[in-house]
Design a protein around this ligand. Structure first.
Ligand code: BGC
Length: 748
């Protein structure tokens, strides 16, 4: 009895305490009431402060001219002029910073802490492009959920991911962050990653950001930050669908891109933000600029000064200014003199505040800053186990001509190349808080996998790709006792990511010299290629029969490689980007249009002269989109459609028989494409519309079936209206975008 009285008394005291509090601090009111109450108490400057996001850690962009410096930032924070920090990480730092916001500012509005958790926080998963090669959406959801768990345990509320920029440009360093060249596959990963990061938005998850809106992946010639100039038709059909999928999956925030669209920088594009994102897709969440992108509208020649840039951004529907400071320094004045209506400012501020309420920060601002939880969460054993599975699942087998792989207990192995011993290069620029010291190298992975093998390592080629001439002798000597040579080539890890465009994406001369020295020993050679993008491997493919593309596998890279080489994991990954045969082909991608004079490689002679082709290099990529081998082999047969024709409200069942013709159990990624044969406007020669992963035991067959609704035959016109045109279609099912069976379908 006594206890109950005490409890009642406590509740009473508590509600008395709330009653004395302002409405915005009182959880018994709705978020809406609390936001309105708070807004009514804020000065114009404090409102603008909420739109100001400031870097508090390592630079992930150029330092800006009006940067207030560390002391200046603390001062701004105390004045209520910071709504969010990026790059402040870890419970200690975030807690100390949050305390200032909550305890030393006039209104005590908590901060949002944001960070680029792209493919892991401390436990680093394979780069997203590698993860996409697994076509495993559940695994992607699990990986992002783990990333979210670690990030939120380290004081973070918000990640700037997933990046959903479709790209056909392997010269562009940022292809590593996305899911490749196909809008459908990318959109599927958008859903999975948004779900994984956000979950139910409790304190084990983080707010996600779909970026970079829009079409940043179309930068001309793959040159970073370059001009984007494309048709609205391509924008709607290729570039926008993944962002839209993320919005439909409930992504909390959207980030502007650096590029222009129709001559207007995305950050100030009323068309992109107000018309498409907000009006057409109904997105009412926060839009954050990219690093200083509001201010960069001056460089673009779109804004005459900071004041105009801030006005153009907010009037276009963007809300938060990351790092450029143009809103902080000019927006209050523009609101006071009526150039920006108060209602527009209030809307933007409400979007920031509502995220803070949604996360419960007004009720418990310190709930993300528990150091003990941080310690037990980061690099937890189950996170590492999942990262290892994910690394192995992303390794893409490009060639295995003589069935050299898997390597079952080789007595002796000669390992070559700097990348085999490098902890640094299994992480990339967007490695989160991943430490090199925690990574597993290829050499370590091999030693752990084959404890009884005699493993010799010779660097031969250094990090810069330079071959050491003395290595030839060493290789020859060591090869004598080696059963097999494993040679590593590729690009070092930090060449993947932002501001890492490359004009040459071939292996270095030194790496090729090393490969040929290995081959000259007469021993079988396994080539491992490590890179954050498809490389041009024409010479390697011509001269070597065993090639595994390992991408950049993260913390557990070495174990992932060894799991696949040994056959403990049967590879099943298929590339989400075409591999060019020469840089001169780029962009080369599977879902291109037919021309008026199409050409297929292999067709020669006078009848094939006035056609769309190069005279010196092939038309086709070295490896097409969706390509990858396995230790199993599969035979596809009996492609059947349940109906020959369907109307707009119907769907057709597509079935295919797949036999695992090998002695090894495997998982096959089955891909369904369509082609709309005659359409106005024209349609691509193939479009991915569905896929599945199917486990097929050795020697057995499985019937795989897809439901293809007529709606999947639709596309967008240049204004974003959906078109569904009657007529003849092809339906293809196969191993990759090139190797398919086909059937006819009519839409009535
Ligand atoms: C990148 C964004 C990133 C931001 C913050 C920018 O330079 O383009 O993708 O989220 O920096 O680090």
């Amino acid at each position: 009895m006594k206890k109950i009285h005490l409890l009642l008394a406590a509740i009473f005291t508590c509600s008395m305490a709330f009653a004395q509090q302002p409405v915005y601090k009182n959880p018994s009111y709705s978020s809406q009431e609390r936001i309105n109450d708070l807004l009514a108490r804020m000065t114009i400057e404090e409102k603008v402060g909420q739109l100001n996001q400031v870097n508090g850690g390592v630079l992930t962009g150029p330092s800006v001219a009006n940067d207030p410096g560390a002391q200046g930032k603390v001062q701004l924070l105390k004045e209520g002029m910071v709504g969010s920090f990026l790059n402040v990480v870890g419970t200690e730092q975030t807690l100390a910073t949050q305390k200032i916001a909550v305890e030393q500012t006039r209104l005590g509005i908590p901060l949002l802490f944001a960070f680029d958790v792209i493919h892991g926080y401390k436990t680093v998963f394979p780069i997203p492009l590698a993860e996409a090669a697994s076509w495993d959406l559940e695994a992607a959801e699990r990986a992002t959920a783990i990333a979210a768990k670690e990030a939120s345990a380290a004081g973070l509320h918000w990640t700037f991911a997933p990046m959903m920029d479709v790209s056909r440009e392997p010269r562009w360093g940022r292809v590593m962050e996305g899911s490749g060249e196909d809008p459908y596959l990318q959109a599927k990963f958008a859903e999975a990653r948004v779900k994984g990061f956000q979950g139910n938005l409790d304190e084990n998850h983080v707010l996600a950001t779909v970026k970079h809106f829009a079409a940043y992946g179309a930068a001309e010639a793959g040159k970073e930050y370059n001009t984007v100039d494309l048709s609205r038709y391509a924008l709607w059909n290729y570039y926008l669908p993944p962002y839209k999928a993320a919005v439909e999956a409930g992504v909390a925030t959207v980030m502007n891109s650096f590029n222009i669209m129709d001559g207007v920088p995305s950050s100030g594009s009323d068309f992109l933000v107000n018309q498409v994102l907000r009006d057409k897709w109904g997105f009412n969440g926060l839009v954050v600029s990219d690093w200083a992108s509001f201010g960069e509208m001056i460089n673009h020649g779109y804004s005459k000064d900071a004041k105009e840039a801030a006005i153009q951004s907010i009037m276009a529907g963007s809300d938060m200014d990351m790092e450029s400071g143009v809103m902080r320094t000019t927006l209050a004045e523009s609101v006071k003199n009526g150039e920006v209506p108060m209602a527009v400012l209030d809307e933007a501020v409400k979007r920031v505040l509502s995220l803070k309420f949604q996360l419960g920060l007004f009720d418990d601002p310190y709930k993300y800053h528990d150091a003990a939880k941080e310690r037990r969460t980061l690099l937890a054993a189950e996170h590492l186990a999942e990262a290892r599975k994910s690394a192995a699942a992303s390794m893409t087998l490009l060639k295995n001509d003589q069935g050299l792989l898997p390597l079952q207990n080789p007595k002796s192995i000669l390992v070559l190349g700097h990348l085999a011993e490098s902890q640094e290069d299994v992480l990339d620029f967007w490695k989160g808080q991943g430490d090199h010291a925690n990574t597993v190298t290829i050499l370590e992975g091999l030693k752990a996998k084959y404890p009884a093998s005699d493993i010799t390592f010779i660097q031969a080629v250094n990090r810069d790709g330079i071959f050491d001439q003395n290595a030839v002798k060493q290789i020859n000597k060591a090869a004598k006792k080696a059963e097999v040579v494993i040679a590593t080539i590729g690009l070092f890890g930090d060449l993947a990511g932002e501001a890492r465009s490359l004009g040459d994406i071939s292996p270095s001369d030194g790496q090729m010299t090393m490969l040929h020295a290995a081959k000259a020993t007469g021993k079988p050679v396994v080539v491992l290629v490590q890179a954050g993008r498809p490389m041009v491997l024409t010479e390697v493919v011509r001269d070597f029969g065993t090639i595994l593309y390992t991408w950049i596998g993260g913390t557990q890279h070495g174990h992932g490689v060894a799991d696949v080489l040994s056959g403990d994991v049967n590879p099943s990954a298929k590339t989400a980007m075409s591999f060019p045969a020469a840089v001169g082909q780029i962009p080369v991608y599977y879902n291109h249009y037919n021309t008026g004079r199409p050409h297929q490689d292999g067709n020669e002679g006078p009848a094939h002269f006035w056609v769309s082709r190069y005279r010196d290099i092939p038309n086709e990529p070295l490896f097409p989109f969706g390509y990858g081998l396995s230790y199993s082999t599969y035979e596809y047969s009996d492609l059947k459609l349940s109906k020959k024709s369907i109307n707009q409200n119907e769907s057709v069942t597509v079935t295919v028989n797949i036999k695992n013709t090998s002695q090894v159990d495997g998982t096959e990624i089955v891909q369904l494409y369509i082609r709309d044969l005659v359409a106005q406007p024209i349609r691509p020669v193939k479009e991915l519309k569905d896929f599945t992963r199917v486990d097929i035991p050795a020697g057995q067959s499985r019937t795989v079936s897809f439901e293809l609704p007529a709606t999947k035959l639709s596309f967008y016109d240049e204004n974003g209206n959906t078109l569904l045109q009657k007529g003849a279609f092809k339906v293809f099912v196969g191993k990759n975008s090139d190797d398919v069976l086909e059937a006819d379908l009519e839409l009535k």
